[in-house]
Design a protein around this ligand. Structure first.
Ligand code: KG4
Ligand code: ZN
Length: 347
């Protein structure tokens, strides 16, 4: 089965053609991502109105390229899928409407995909991973620990009470004059810094529930930075290293708590999976490798192109749903808010 997937919920305009064999094996035939980072850079973050316009401008070309790269025609596809949320409403409407129009014109099935479900299932696109597995989704917009029990069955184990982890990196980067997005820049500068120079808080560390809180850490970083301003290059590197060390300690502790909580239950995860842009961080990965090894749980980090927002994960989630006989009708409304744990109504 070939599925065309469209992603427009944030600042990536993406389309992809994915194949799913009868044996459940996935194959990415094309994966086109147009990143809008350049459009948003001067504003230090994603501007919803600019994002929506940019999606309108490039989506047709992105879809055409996805079909050409995959060497397929629309008529070869079984279904057209789009992320119907959660995300920035303007962008969601652009992708969802386009997918519905194509499905209607080409007489194809249509699937409205939950963007978070797509992140949750993307790991199964590259290899066999049995349910249930524990997912850490850490991006600019989301920070959640989710037990993936089956297609359409998700149990939220923990989440952030304020900022997402990627968002905290972005705010730290902006505060220290490192531009947008902050994550890669902060990680880079942390390599040259002293992680022990600033004693930053580890919010939620030791709590019994595996939740996150990042905003206090961000405030503490600002206070330290203001206290020693003007900042030298070394100061910036040391602040980055200290900030990242605090985030790593928090993620390590929250992961331990979540895995220990599930370990002796029927929900014992077969693996710990990380998705979202933050998964690109090598220091975080290294820590997770040792933490999960100590708890006897295999760590799986999908390739970077699948961790960040992309169309392949949308097409794949749709293919997994279609294989279970689930599809949607063309009156499916966009959902700016769409928690993963809440099941959607399928036709
Ligand atoms: O999944 P993603 O591409 O987009 C969404 O937010 O949906 O994630 C982007 C986020 C940004 O907040 C970015 O700063 C963060 O992931 N990020 C990183 C790194 N690379 C990207 N955070 C920490 N370290 C990195 N190396
Ligand atoms: Zn995402």
């Amino acid at each position: 089965m070939l599925v065309l997937g469209i992603e427009t919920t944030c600042d990536e305009t993406a389309a992809s053609v994915v194949h799913r064999g009868a044996d459940g094996v996935g194959d990415i035939r094309s994966n086109v991502v147009y990143s809008q980072i350049a459009e948003h850079k001067e504003f230090g973050g994603v501007v919803p109105e600019i994002a929506a316009r940019a999606h309108v401008e490039v989506l047709d070309q992105v879809i055409s390229k996805a079909l050409i790269d995959a060497q397929v025609r629309l008529s070869d596809c079984e279904a057209i899928a789009a992320a119907a949320g959660p995300g920035l409403i303007g962008g969601v409407i652009v992708g969802l409407t386009e997918a519905k129009a194509i499905a209607l014109a080409a007489k194809k099935k249509f699937v409205a995909v939950n963007h978070l479900e797509a992140h949750a299932l993307s790991v199964r696109l590259i290899g066999r991973v049995d349910f249930p597995y524990l997912l850490l989704l850490a991006s600019g917009g989301h920070t959640q620990l989710v037990l993936v029990e089956d297609i359409g069955r998700y149990r939220k184990i923990g989440g952030t009470v304020d900022d997402a982890i990627g968002e905290a990196f972005d705010k730290a980067g902006k505060m220290l004059g490192l531009g947008y997005p902050g994550g890669p820049a902060v990680e880079q500068r942390a390599l040259e810094g002293d992680p022990q120079r600033f004693d930053l808080p580890r919010p939620m560390f030791g709590r019994a529930e595996p939740d996150f809180s990042l905003s206090g850490l961000k405030t503490a970083l600002r206070i330290e930075a203001e206290a020693i301003a003007p900042l030298s290059e070394q100061d910036v590197s040391d602040l980055c290293a200290s900030f990242q060390a605090a985030v790593i300690d928090v993620i390590a502790d929250r992961t331990r708590v979540a895995l220990r909580k599930l370990r002796d239950t029927v929900y014992k995860p077969t693996a710990f999976v990380v998705a979202g842009g933050v998964a690109a961080n090598q220091a975080i990965r290294l820590m997770l490798e040792s933490e999960t090894a100590r708890l006897d749980t295999p760590l799986i980090v999908p390739p970077q192109a699948l961790c960040t927002d992309n169309g392949a994960m949308i097409a794949w989630a749709a293919a997994e749903r279609l294989a279970r006989g689930m599809e949607d009708t063309l009156d499916f409304a966009p959902r700016p808010r769409w928690p993963l744990a809440e099941e959607k109504q399928s036709a």
